[in-house]
Design a protein around this ligand. Structure first.
Ligand code: ZN
Length: 288
């Protein structure tokens, strides 16, 4: 049994998060910490999310690589993010176990595994951004773009222009690509990348170096974006936006705000998005 605490009469959505498959990408741990801190907090948004969504989080997929101080590989020299298709319990034990769990959860009729997000850090790009999958079905492509768009409204350091969707052959063994093919077409799989060094926001004239705190803030913004998503999709009934907005005290930081259940196009957001689009076009190399 994967989730015995799930009462049969109340179906919950499932969100699966992994981080640190690449051991040198330590910013991913701070982002993941921000997600966890928010979800276990007394923040009203977190309380609502816990009522409707089950979050499964594996904060460190490559602990032996982290222990050894490796940049990309495990103890045995494998880049685990190229072995999702056929992980060995002997050579890739953490990956094997997590894959088994995800497959088991995806087949359980009592819950619906809707999101898989794998957190990485990027060595050449600015800001936070996502990679997603490419599908033939245009409607699915559009649905896949919803979460990054909502996140862009909540996180001033998240860049939609850096966000892209691909199906490169070389990425076939990544978690995002493999699970995108495994899970049904109502599921969404993303790689969440965050810059190793800086981000640009509206109004800034120079890149702002990331800190542990701003990495964790991105994680908190990722977590609360799930409420926006599930309000849009009617899993969570909106009791009035003021309830959520007025509660943005504990974790509120400059530039972020709760946007209720609509895709907001306020001036600040538009301006911010345009500014990011103009400023973060560095050489794009995907390392995920
Ligand atoms: Zn990576």
């Amino acid at each position: 049994m994967v989730y015995d605490h799930l009462s049969p009469e109340k179906e919950k959505k499932l969100v699966f998060l992994t981080a640190r498959v690449h051991p040198g990408e330590s910013p991913a741990s701070f982002v993941c910490q921000g997600v966890i801190d928010f979800l276990v907090s007394q923040h009203p948004v977190a309380q609502i999310l816990r009522d409707h969504v089950i979050f499964k989080i594996v904060p460190m997929l490559n602990p032996d690589g982290v222990y050894l101080g490796n940049y990309r590989c495990s103890l045995m020299g494998f880049d685990l993010n190229r072995h999702w298709q056929d992980p060995s319990p002997w050579a890739h034990p953490t990956l094997h176990a997590v894959k088994q769990l995800i497959v088991q959860m995806s087949q359980d009729p009592r819950g619906s595994l809707e999101f898989y997000i794998d957190v990485h850090a990027h060595s050449t790009m600015l800001n936070g951004f996502m990679y997603g999958n490419v599908f033939e079905n245009e409607e699915r492509v559009q649905r896949q773009a919803v979460f990054p768009r909502l996140l862009c409204q909540n996180a001033p350091d998240f860049s939609l222009s850096n966000t892209s969707f691909n199906r490169d052959v070389v990425k076939a063994g990544t978690g995002r690509r493999f699970l995108g093919g495994l899970l049904d077409d109502t599921s969404y799989c993303y790689t969440l990348e965050v810059s190793f060094y800086s981000y640009m926001t509206a109004g800034s004239t120079a890149p702002v170096p990331y800190t542990e705190e701003t990495y964790m803030k991105l994680g908190r913004n990722v977590a609360r974006t799930f409420l926006d998503y599930y309000k849009l999709n009617y899993l969570v009934k909106c009791k009035g936006p003021t309830h959520i907005q007025s509660s943005e005290v504990t974790f509120r930081t400059s530039g972020s705000s709760a946007k209720g259940n609509s895709i907001v196009t306020d001036t600040d957001t538009e301006e911010r998005s345009q500014n990011i689009r103009q400023t973060d076009r560095l050489t794009q190399t995907e390392h995920a």
